[in-house]
Design a protein around this ligand. Structure first.
Ligand SMILES: Cc1cc2nc3c(=O)[nH]c(=O)nc-3n(C[C@H](O)[C@H](O)[C@H](O)COP(=O)(O)OP(=O)(O)OC[C@H]3O[C@@H](n4cnc5c(N)ncnc54)[C@H](O)[C@@H]3O)c2cc1C
Length: 378
């Protein structure tokens, strides 16, 4: 018997699952991947686009070039999952049936949820990063404020990396002495991970980057150029960069497969939907309280693929489950970086920043296209 394995989302997680299932299941599966754009985007590169170190055209490739030949790619938007008859409805009006369904639809940014923030900059989309770069090129000095308008958001260390890269950028343009960089964090530290925050906070201070804790961005006044927190504090800016609020995909909300913000409830080890045994979800799309990062999607994808292949072969579920593994790089500026590693049983550890980790990240960024989508684990 040949099953229909349907994957929605051709980002990090969906692409790896599609390739691994197609490789391992052979004739037991017809693998179809649906993606709304047909383009695979390497989002960590947005940070470098914002500070002029990367070109947008280097960050996207046609999804069809990253998939094994056995995988059928459908470029269309999934609009509804019908769990009663195992079908997914597409924007074009077509429907696709599934025996096993993988939801790898990532997250979406919703800046419109913050009153007054329509004109604020961000580095959470290609358009946002490109527009921010243009604004930085025109910047001649003043106060740049970086705030966070909601947790969870993709890549928890990204705002910290951005302020370090921004510090380098302003120094290179001889604008640093005429500028202030203010990082507003919703927590009592630089970002969610305490051990790494402790490591980077003295470096922020050394570089003259001001850190304000317990500042949950609530509203922006674009006329008077101020940002106000839920806690009642107001800060003025000349250029505002916000991490916008995030939600799960609209498909998940419309199909009632997620919580109030569209995050999909899954078993944190098997990645199976808590209510539908033939649906798996992974990556940013899930409600697992762990970093929304490409590395998580990468590690989870091999688990979901093994689960599906075992089900197709009628074998017992694999012993190999997702153990909460996360591995991220964090740029600390001046050509250095550190890493963050942890899992469900081991707390985060980060080595002292060094040039070595910066080069490791640069190498990963370049080799991504030839390793990650194919499911090769680093
Ligand atoms: C600035 C920035 C820096 C980052 N830095 C890092 C880093 O250093 N390290 C790291 O590990 N991670 C980093 N990340 C996070 C990483 O990019 C994401 O966590 C990762 O891409 C999530 O993978 P995913 O497969 O879950 O979702 P995505 O890669 O976002 O893919 C989701 C896919 O689903 C498709 N889709 C959505 N809805 C539908 C629908 N209804 N129908 C069809 N297709 C649909 C989308 O088109 C997209 O292709 C960073 C992110 C940003 C923005």
């Amino acid at each position: 018997m040949t099953n229909d394995v349907l994957i929605i989302g051709g980002g990090v997680g969906g692409t790896i699952v599609a390739n691994l299932v197609a490789k391992e299941a052979g004739d037991r599966a017809r693998v179809t991947l649906v993606d709304s754009t047909g383009m695979h985007v390497y989002q960590p590169g947005f940070l470098y686009v914002a500070v002029g170190q990367e070109k947008p055209e280097n960050l996207s490739r046609e999804e069809s070039r990253l998939l094994r030949s056995e995988v059928k790619l459908v470029v269309d938007q999934a609009t509804l999952v019908r769990t009663d008859d195992h079908k997914v409805v597409l924007k074009s009006g077509k429907t696709l049936r599934y025996d096993e369904l993988v939801l790898a639809t990532g997250s979406r940014i919703v800046p419109e949820e913050v009153p007054g923030a329509a004109g604020a900059h961000n580095f959470y989309s290609m358009e946002g990063a490109t527009r921010l770069h243009r604004a930085l090129e025109q910047f001649t000095g003043g106060t740049i404020v970086i705030g966070v308008a909601g947790i969870p958001y993709k890549c928890p260390p990204a705002p910290v990396e951005f302020v370090f890269l921004l510090d380098d950028y302003l120094r290179a343009r001889r604008l640093r002495e005429k500028s202030q960089i203010k990082l507003l964090s919703p927590l009592n530290r630089a970002f969610t991970i305490e051990a790494t925050s402790k490591l980077v906070q003295p470096i922020l201070a050394e570089r003259g980057i001001e850190l304000t804790g317990f500042f949950n961005v609530e509203t922006v006044d674009p006329i008077n150029k101020t940002v106000t927190s839920l806690e009642g504090e107001t800060v003025g800016y000349d250029l505002l960069v916000l991490v916008p609020p995030h939600r799960g995909a609209k498909l998940i909300e419309d199909s009632k497969l997620g919580d109030a913000r569209g995050w999909i409830p899954v078993d944190k080890n098997t990645l199976k939907h808590t209510e539908h045994p033939d649906i798996w979800a992974l990556g940013d799309a899930t409600n697992i309280p762990i970093s929304k990062s490409g590395s998580v999607a990468h590690y989870e994808a091999s688990v979901a693929a093994d689960e599906i292949v075992a089900a197709l072969k009628g074998e017992a579920p694999p012993a190999h489950v997702y153990d909460g593994k996360v591995m991220c790089f964090l740029e600390t500026g001046q050509g250095q970086a550190t890493t963050i590693r942890f899992d469900y049983d081991h707390p985060p550890v980060s080595p002292n920043p060094s040039h070595l980790w910066h080069w490791a990240k640069a190498l990963f960024n370049k080799t991504y296209w030839h390793t990650v989508p194919q499911g090769r684990l680093p």
